[in-house]
Design a protein. Structure first.
Lengths: 225, 158
């Protein structure tokens, strides 16, 4: 006999979260870079600043493929509409059992924020996501490997990684580095209603000076992608 | 593209892309629904095209039976019956059992032949994706055809 139990559907809870603007879809980001020679110093400093200082930092090895979804037949128009939407697929090379991550990253918000603020959405997906995106009409833009360390301090995510090229004849252990330095990223996911965490991000960044200059990058100055 | 939610897997969204030549089913977290509005320069949802099957769920021994009334944009369309035989994951090994079970309470409207969806996948392991794909197939029949009673002879669950 079926009992009339009323369980709220996941959709209802997500809808109410949307209505109250508590979906964590905003990301604050600060970026900087450090030369490989200074890497151990930065890692030691960060271990002291972040949580779990007693254990070695967790490593990661990710493969990221970036797709662009837009109307490729339309004439090129300046502005976000003509550039389409960038969709990033990330998979952990060292943990093949984990789901792939599909990430939407929006354009940075204009305004006086202490860090880059952008719309961001992470969705765990099944491993046929690349085939799915291609069928959707998205085109492969570029791909790379990222290898490095991840730490956290409260809600802030700290990653120090190096980007590697992907090409023919390159195996997991034989990668060609793109630069002689590591990228340092501080990021935190927050909601539209909670902007205070950006200050914590700024404080952590200030404590890394002068080893790493973490800046709010102005992407518009870099020119169109 | 069809977006399907199944109450058995409440935090998963299934996106089924049908290009005519092939079908790609993506299983994603429920947050995928929030990503869709961001693709609105390419894809827009068709208004008023929501089909729902809602009803009671029964467990009889190893069988799971879901009897849902199908509504399309609020209009009643028919009844959909889903039968799952839990201990088995390949349709080939339990189809006759499922068929006999269904005939015992639905009589002659259960066809003795295998549903077309399962014919090519008889020896594959049945996954939740296969279940939602069969739902989409049945929903399309409901949408295109007049009101009638169809059966959804699903199948083993993982």
């Amino acid at each position: 006999m079926a009992l009339p139990v009323n369980i709220p559907h996941a959709g209802e809870t997500i809808e109410s979260a949307l209505k109250n603007q508590i979906v964590p879809d905003q990301e604050f980001l600060l970026q900087g870079s450090v030369l490989d020679t200074s890497l151990p110093v930065v890692i030691d400093r960060l271990r002291g600043l972040c949580d779990n200082a007693d254990i070695p930092p967790e490593t990661f090895h990710d493969h990221e493929v970036v797709y662009i979804l837009k109307d490729f037949n339309a004439p090129a128009t300046p502005g976000p509409a003509g550039q389409g939407v960038m969709l990033r697929v990330r998979r952990a090379v060292d943990h093949p059992e984990l789901p792939y991550q599909l990430r939407y990253v929006g354009y940075p918000e204009i305004g006086n924020y202490p860090a880059v603020l952008r719309n961001c959405l992470d969705v765990p997906v099944s491993s046929n996501v690349c085939e799915f995106l291609q069928e959707l009409g998205a085109k492969l833009d570029h791909e790379f490997m990222a290898k490095g360390y991840i730490m956290k301090k409260g809600r802030i995510k700290v990653t120090i990684f190096k980007m590697y090229k992907i090409g023919a004849g390159m195996s997991k252990d034989n990668l060609e580095a793109m630069t002689m330095s590591h990228l340092v990223e501080l990021s935190v996911l927050t909601t539209k209603t909670d902007m205070t965490v950006a200050e914590d991000l700024r404080n952590l960044a200030d404590q890394l000076k002068p080893l790493v200059q973490l800046e709010r990058l102005d992407y518009r100055r870099l020119g169109p992608p | 593209m069809h977006i399907v939610h199944n109450s058995e897997t409440p935090t998963t969204t299934y996106a089924i892309l049908d290009t005519g030549s092939k079908q790609v089913t993506l299983s994603a977290d429920y947050l995928f629904d929030l990503m869709l509005p961001r693709l609105d320069h390419m894809y827009q949802s068709k208004k008023n095209l929501k089909i729902e099957s809602k009803g009671a769920k029964y467990e009889i021994g190893d069988f799971l039976v879901k009897i849902g009334s199908v509504t399309m944009s609020g209009h009643y369309k028919g009844i959909l019956v889903e039968v799952e035989y839990l201990p088995c994951v390949t349709p080939a090994l339990c189809w006759s059992l499922v068929r006999e079970f269904m005939q015992s309470f639905m009589g002659s409207c259960v066809k003795p032949t295998l549903p077309s969806y399962l014919q090519t996948r008889l020896h594959d392991i049945h996954t939740p994706q296969d279940t939602v794909q069969q739902y989409v197939e049945k929903f399309n029949e409901f949408r295109d055809g007049p009101s009638f009673t169809a059966t959804q002879p699903a199948t083993p669950a993982t």
